[in-house]
Each structure stands twice: as structure tokens, then as C-alpha cells.
Ligand binder design. Structure first.
Ligand code: AMP
Length: 507
């Protein structure tokens, strides 16, 4: 298999009328998904003259139609890049400056600006598709060609586009289906936005196995009771969420009073640390449910290790991220560039087919994160250097300890504090800035020094300015203007000190 559309073709033959993806606007069957995707593909091929391997942005509201667009792009022999329509336009522009999409697919209702690159989704649906044209394209695609580019926060202020191939997604999907026994009876309750790598699990497990995906309305995650009712009403039996989403339910206290969910068979989570105290609330409530902690960055196609929760954990115990997935190796590399001993800290390096093709049009960042296997120089053997610090325990399970840099996870979102700082530095009259994350209170605090000789600017004005450039989840809870920031012995901003100041504020 060299293109993920083969999953869709095979599944359509097996389950043509089965509903594949479902959102608040209704469902789409595998057969309609397949046909509509081919319509999109035909329009793209005609518009681009049949070139392959070009980037196509999908700037649409999260919906089943996005999956049609993704598959249409794959059918056309090109790769997709999901763009969040609620993202500030200046950030979309930054992404487009890097991506330079050959085509942008939009829906009529959310169309921002029509130009010669735009394809209007709704208009494609009135067209016929051309199998001959599509097959010609498919013959040109290799499994190592890109399937998608997902943009993630970049420390320099410019988001980084992670390029992932068909081969990586196919390898991952095969592993998932085998390990978790996914089949046509799974109904996934999707939480992950489509621009976030966790959505890959839901989408491709369904396309391969004929499962169903229900796109949960994002707003429901603030209303735990309604959320649980929605899961029940839609027969959701499998969820793969960020821990923050699970915690919003277990913390609300509704797990006990709440409707039975007898069908909840599998609860998988990934993306950030899952506190054992919260997990145990779920485990005690759903005693027959299977729970697993999955770990991995976007740069290795979503997941590279997993741990099946097979016992109760005390509040102060750390849940392991387990062992590497099949066809993947995780190396914990110590400061001497050697494999760390048991219980010795090191950085996680990952090798295998899931390792991405690097950052889009960003050679420097690619070369610093996608590196030669530090254990040998015999042939090219690229590993992704995660920046995650971990150790292996006596049982051979990996324990995640933290980050080497200023990347954080906030409500499941991956954020480089450097991106917030870079954007704030562009505000008129800001001289120095340092973003600190107060882990215990889940708050981002921004410390700022202003140019004394220029016009005074208030915290409110700074907030208003950065709001036009950053996604909502990156905005600070508080901005503190100071006369100066503490420096460490190297003359750099003393983050440790500022973290203490921020922590004290929230005690
Ligand atoms: P993303 O690229 O958004 O998937 O974020 C990847 C990062 O999230 C990893 O490098 C880790 O720092 C963190 N992460 C992912 N899964 C887990 C997990 N199960 N436990 C702790 N941290 C995690």
C-alpha cells in the first residue's frame, strides 16, 4: 500500500452505506465520502494541470467535509494542511508564507478571500469525478511522499510545519488496529482538532477498519454532563483524548452521578501528563474499560510508545509512558551521548518509519531536531530528538520526566513560550519579555519591561495587540510590567527566579 486512499477504497467496498464520519450536521457514508473526495480530487487535478506533491491548505470548519477534502487531496496525489479557521489571520499568513499553498480549499460560508488559488468545497460537489484522471495521479505517488503538513508552535515566533508521509501513517494505523483490535464496531468520540496530530488516530483507524467517528462539538468540553450524554446518545465506545479533556469530566464530580456508559470500552489518552489521581477516578467508575497512556510528538506521527494501565496507581506515582510501539525504537540518551542506565535521566530519541520528513522549508530546524543516531555513524539513520527528558524504570517502562526547553502543554495544546515572547516583542515599546508557565495553576504569565524613553503602554493594550496574532490558547492569564527582569550569571533572563515570582503569586 502506498497511499492512504487505498484504505478508503477497500472499506467503501466492504461497508458502502455505513456512516463513516458524523458531526452535528449529520453523517456521511463511506461510499459518499469516497465519491465526494474524488470530486474534490478531479477539480484539483484540472486546476493544477496534474502536478503531484504540492501543498494544499484546507481552511474549513472542523466537520466531516474536512475528511472529504483530505481524501480528495490524497487522491489528487498531493498533501493537505489543515488550517484552524478561528486562528488570527496574521498567524495564518505566517503559515502560508512558509507553506505557499498551491490551492486553498474553503467552504462558501467561511470563505475569507477568494483568489485564483481558492477552491470552494460546495461548488466541487456539483461536479462529476474522473477516475481515469485520478488513477494517473495515484500511479505517481510513492509511500514516502507527504500526506500532510501539521503546523505546531515555533520558538522563534514562526510556526513549524511537520511533514508526514503516507508510509508513516500506514505503519501507525496498522500498529493501532493490531494493538487495540479496532474494527467496524468502534465508534470514536473525536476530541482532537484536525490540525492536531491526535486526530490521526481517529481518522485513519476509521478509514482502515470501517469504524465510525463522531466529531464532538468543542464547546461541549466545558459542559461535562452534556458531553457524557452526547457520548451515550451517539454510541461512542472508544475515546482518544488529551488528559485535560478527561480531567474536565473527572474533576467535575459527575462521573458518579452521571449516566451509565456501558459501551465505553476503550479510553486512550496522549499529549500531556495524565495525573494518576484523575485517572483512578475514571478507572474506579469504569471497571471494565481498557485504559492506556500513549506518548508521542507530531514529529513521529502521533504515538511512539504506550502503556496499558493494568493496576491502580497512588496519587504520587507517575504513570509510565511504557514501551516503544512495534517498528519503533526509543533511545534514552544521556549527557555522554550513550544509552542511559536504568533510572538515569536522558533525552528521548525516536527512530523508525514514523519519524517525519522534517519541518517544511526549514532546513536549520530540521537538521537540529532530526539527527543522526548518536550511537553510530555507519550509515544514515535519522532519529527525532524530542527534547523530552525521561528514564527507564526497573520494569523496563519509560517514565516521562519533563522538557529540556520552554515548550509546554496547556489544555493539551503544544506551545513554545518563545512564540508568545517573539510576538510580544513586536508590540511597540516592549523592550524585554519572558513568558512563564505556572504548572500548578495552569496559567501563562507574561513579564514585560518597557522602553523607558518611549510612550507608556498598558497591560490591556499589550494584550489587545498580541490577541490579533496568537491563537486563544496561547494568550497569557496575566501580564506584569516590571522595571527590569532578573538576570542569571550568564546575563540571561533568570527564568527560575521569575518562575518563583509567578508561583508565589498563585499560592
Ligand atoms: P504534540 O506534538 O502536540 O503531540 O506534543 C508532543 C509533546 O507532548 C511530547 O514531546 C511530550 O512533551 C508531550 N506528551 C505527549 N504525550 C505525552 C504523555 N503521554 N505523557 C507526557 N507528555 C506527553
Amino acid at each position: 500500500m502506498n497511499n492512504v486512499v487505498e484504505y478508503l477504497c477497500i472499506t467503501t467496498e466492504k461497508f458502502p452505506d455505513k456512516i463513516a464520519f458524523l458531526d452535528t450536521g449529520g453523517g456521511i457514508s463511506f461510499s459518499d465520502l469516497n465519491q465526494n473526495a474524488k470530486k474534490i480530487a478531479t477539480v484539483i487535478i484540472k486546476k493544477t494541470g496534474g502536478i503531484t506533491n504540492i501543498p494544499i491548505a484546507v481552511k474549513m470548519k472542523k466537520s466531516k467535509e474536512c475528511i472529504v477534502a483530505f481524501m480528495g487531496i490524497a487522491y489528487s496525489g498531493n498533501y493537505y494542511c489543515p488550517i484552524d479557521i478561528s486562528m488570527p489571520s496574521s498567524r495564518v499568513e505566517l503559515i502560508f508564507e512558509t507553506l505557499k499553498p498551491a490551492v486553498v480549499i474553503e467552504q462558501r460560508e467561511n470563505q475569507s478571500s477568494y483568489n485564483e488559488n481558492s477552491i470552494i468545497y460546495d461548488e466541487c460537489m456539483d461536479k462529476q469525478y474522473d477516475d481515469e484522471l485520478i488513477n494517473k495521479q495515484l500511479n505517481k505517488v510513492l509511500s514516502v511522499d507527504p500526506l500532510y503538513v501539521l503546523f505546531t508552535s515555533g520558538s522563534t515566533g514562526v510556526p513549524k510545519g511537520v511533514v508526514v508521509s503516507h508510509a508513516s501513517v500506514i505503519d501507525y494505523t496498522e500498529w493501532l488496529s493490531h494493538t487495540f483490535g479496532f474494527n467496524e464496531n468502534n465508534v470514536f468520540g473525536n476530541q482532537a482538532p484536525l490540525y492536531f496530530d491526535n486526530s490521526i488516530l481517529d481518522i485513519y483507524s476509521s478509514l482502515k477498519n470501517g469504524s465510525q467517528v463522531y466529531f464532538i462539538d468543542e464547546k461541549l468540553f466545558s459542559f461535562p454532563k452534556q458531553l457524557m450524554m452526547t457520548l451515550k446518545e451517539n454510541g461512542v465506545n472508544t475515546i482518544f483524548w488529551v488528559p485535560s479533556a478527561l480531567i474536565s469530566i473527572s474533576d467535575s464530580g459527575i462521573l458518579h452521578e452521571n449516566p451509565e456508559l456501558p459501551q465505553l470500552e476503550q479510553v486512550l489518552f496522549c499529549g500531556e501528563v495524565m495525573p494518576t489521581k484523575q485517572l483512578m477516578k475514571w478507572r474506579k467508575r469504569y471497571t471494565n474499560t481498557f485504559f492506556a497512556n500513549l506518548y508521542g510528538p507530531t514529529e513521529i506521527t502521533d504515538v511512539c510508545s504506550y502503556y496499558v494501565v493494568d493496576r491502580d496507581y497512588a496519587d504520587d506515582e507517575i504513570l509510565p509512558i511504557g514501551k516503544a510501539c512495534k517498528n519503533t525504537e526509543i533511545l534514552i540518551i544521556n549527557e555522554k551521548n550513550k544509552i542511559a542506565n536504568i533510572d538515569e535521566l536522558g533525552e528521548i530519541f525516536v527512530r523508525g518509519i514514523g519519524v517525519a520528513k522534517g519541518y517544511y522549508r526549514n532546513k536549520d530546524r530540521t537538521q537540529s531536531a532530526f539527527v543522526q543516531n548518536p550511537l553510530h555513524d555507519d550509515y544514515i539513520d535519522i532519529c527525532y530528538k524530542t527534547g523530552d527528558i525521561a528514564k527507564v524504570n526497573q520494569e523496563g517502562n519509560i517514565i516521562y520526566v519533563g522538557r529540556k526547553d520552554n515548550q509546554i502543554k496547556f489544555q493539551g495544546h503544544r506551545i513554545e513560550l518563545g512564540e508568545i515572547e517573539a510576538v510580544t516583542m513586536c508590540v511597540n515599546n516592549v523592550k524585554r519579555v519572558c513568558a512563564i508557565y505556572v504548572e500548578t495553576r495552569k496559567k501563562i504569565v507574561l513579564f514585560i519591561v518597557l522602553n523607558s524613553e518611549s510612550e507608556i503602554i498598558s497591560e490591556k493594550e499589550i494584550y489587545k495587540s498580541i490577541k490579533t496574532k496568537l491563537p486563544k490558547y496561547m494568550l497569557p492569564s496575566e501580564i506584569i510590567i516590571k522595571d527590569e527582569l532578573p538576570l542569571n550569571v550568564n546575563g540571561k533572563i533568570d527564568r527560575v527566579k521569575l518562575r518563583e515570582v509567578a508561583n508565589e503569586k498563585y499560592i
